[in-house]
Design a protein around this ligand. Sequence first.
Ligand SMILES: [Zn+2]
Length: 390
Amino acid sequence: MVTPIKDGLQRLKTQIRQIFCLVITCWLLVTLAQAQWSAYVRVAIIQDSASLNLKVNSFYEVLDSKTNKVLYKGKGLRTTVTAFKGGIVLGRINLNADKVLIKANDPEAIVINGRRFRGMFEFIKKDNLQLLVINHIELEDYIKGVLYNEASHYWPQEALKALAVACRTFALNQMQANKDKDFDVTSDIYSQVYGGKSSERYRTNKAVEKTQGLVLTYNGKIFPAYYHATCAGKTEDASILWNVDIAPLKGVNCGFCSDSPHYKWHAVLSSDEIREKLGNSGRNIKNIKDIVILARDTSGRIANLKIVSDEKEIEISAKDLRIILGPNIIRSTNFTAHVVSNDVVFEGLGWGHGVGMCQWGAYFMAKQGKGCEEILKYYYPGSNVETFRF
Ligand SMILES: [Zn+2]
């Protein structure tokens, strides 16, 4: 026979066991979630610098990146970092190592040249005695440092979320492609513009948190989810520009970006400036009489053109000419060009390479009430949005 006291004790034991199991399950779930997102991306912040200013507002330690041996530790630091023949020097401390990693107790304590960053920093001495500076940062935190620079934090939340998924997918693709190199991405327009903790904002961080772990896949694989500011009517087939030929990057009609502030552009360059920049790239020409468009691709962008002088003609791809003259001056390869006395007048459409998501198109789609996934599937047809698992 079970007495009331024994019965009560039995129930209490069962309840304690249940609470204990619940706590363990929650702890396991949190740990697994954290483990899943503990991937670090390596962002090259500075690629060639003789010295830089470093500030650390907490306990820190400096390790040899090759051996993981602790070389130095302390609390609070305000100094310069330089490289010389014997290794890297922190203020007056010679670390006698070519690659060092600085870790701070406070994950937001490192300030490089006045800009605050999350994560750890690696300094690598290059052969030319310049420093390569790499921020090792958790992927989700990296996306937070990118989003504000690639769009405005006032944008509709669904457009910001779509951009966060594209940024995360692009970064993971670069991490896979560059795993044997010193870094995965740069912090400029050639990868994704990244400004560290200093460029985080509430609404862009919210878009990153709401899409945590979500990526684009095609046939179950991550792909380089390129994006650009404004396509001006049609996105570009990636296979025309780079060695990537998959359905989500073949180009789509975009009827959403006609009110973009970057729909049209105009640039005037002097013939002398063009001649000088062409010369720097090994293409010498004396005077510029005409610029003739030779072929446009199906999206309307120029494939190649020729620059005509009295004595010769130079044939060049529009993609190369844009890089030579400056990608922020010649904003796209969809343009006309006319020689007017000593100047060349360019009239163009759109901003960027045109591949993948048109950001201003995404902005106006979100304004019309379209959701993050709908936007992504429009610009990357055939792709899926799913949680990435390491
Ligand atoms: Zn567009």
